[in-house]
Ligand binder design. Sequence first.
Ligand SMILES: [Zn+2]
Length: 507
Amino acid sequence: MKKRVIMLLVLSLMISLLAMGCAETPAGSGDGQAAVKLPKYVFLFIGDGMSYPQIQVTNYYLTIQANNNKYPAVLKSQNNLSFMDFPVTGSAQTYDSTSFAPDSSSTATSIATGNKTYSGRLNIDIGGFTKFETIAEKLKAQKDYKIGVVTSVNINHATPGAFYAHQTSRNEYYAIGQELIASGFDYFAGGGFREASSSMSSSKDLYTQAAEAGYKVVRTQAEAEALKPGDGKTIVISEHLVAKDMDFVDAMDYEIDREEGEWGLANYVAKGIEMLDNENGFFMMVEGGKIDWACHANDAATAVNEVIALDNAVREALKFYEQHPDDTLIIVTGDHETGGFSLGYAGTDYDTFLNNLASQKVSYSTFNSDYVAKYRENNTDLQTVLADIEELFGLKVPKNFAMAKEGSLQLNEYEYNLLVDAYNKTMQFGADRNANEEEELKYDKYEPLTVTITHILANKCGLNFGSYVHTGLPTAVFAIGAGSELFDGYYDNTDIFFKMAELTNVK
Ligand SMILES: [Zn+2]
């Protein structure tokens, strides 16, 4: 009996000694639980509009591609996206003070500051007066971390803005850009400033103001490649900005449109790691911003390619993690779901034909700017347009509609009629039209021809979109590295902030 008591005492002493040997335990969790390792390097990846459907469709698409499109040959599920193999997974609920289907500025506010607010607000409370300090600002002020903000959309867009700006409206792009410059953060990269000049003021544009504030502003890929850690605070803008859509200007190219050799999101993250790496620690937020844009437009193939681009960027962080496994935390999540995207469609029942996605060669956006605009200009005939659609999306008109095979990209009569109708609407009115209720549902604000093509292609894959905006699905949270165990469970998106703050010991 005595022996057993002594053994227990020795054992408990050993356990406490072991615990003391580990890194500090964050505030509030030192009550006898195993010590949590504290990260010094924190990566937060946010797929805008990325929830379970976007992740799972991309994963199955890659599985099918790797298996030569032989579904029955897939006997074992594969995790094709790097973050699917992270040891810790959770789910985050995303509602905001306006809606169960929230917007990107309020959800990013929740993730960056732990507060709920109205849709459209950026780090300002529902009263409109109180500003919230962000995790990035706290880490800079309290821990002297270096801070990086990377996005495939504009660097003053809602999600990146939520880490440094405080505005009652996310549309105050110029003011958000001025807050970016005032933040003193170390590395910004991706798309350009939206509204770099103010119509209200005659002052210099945001690029000039940034340079005057001490930022090295780089706008070509050659200059980006040449950047060295000693260069100080930098703003790195993609050389290949798309100024195609009315709503979506000066963002990086869509991954599906990206040319060979042109920098993608992963390159900006790799350069960011090089620029931010220091003994004291850093925080880097990376947004895959165009998953959302592609899902708004109901363009499945483009969305899948954007998820792959985000995963490639995560792989860059994983390389860093492998060199610093005890000090690095990587979190991958989304801010909300976009598009009401579903794996499964009424017209294909239990079948999916995901390989059909590979037939799409350009994004909806490039199709609009490089093709549809010219169709209207030249009054292009239907047969020519149908030939382009076959070339760029794989959809073809069969000799006999009855022969259209399920699972193929041959149009049936119903789909063909939808396409002809949309062609007529596009040639007549374009996206700027007074839509009736039926057209609202069929096309929303999008180009009738283009959105009809991407709808038909999605449906032929066994996929469907139920919305042109955001929905209320929870987002997935994946975590690896120091402190990752905190991200297990089903919680609120504000908890992502509280967990990061706890792990980095900021108040
Ligand atoms: Zn959105």
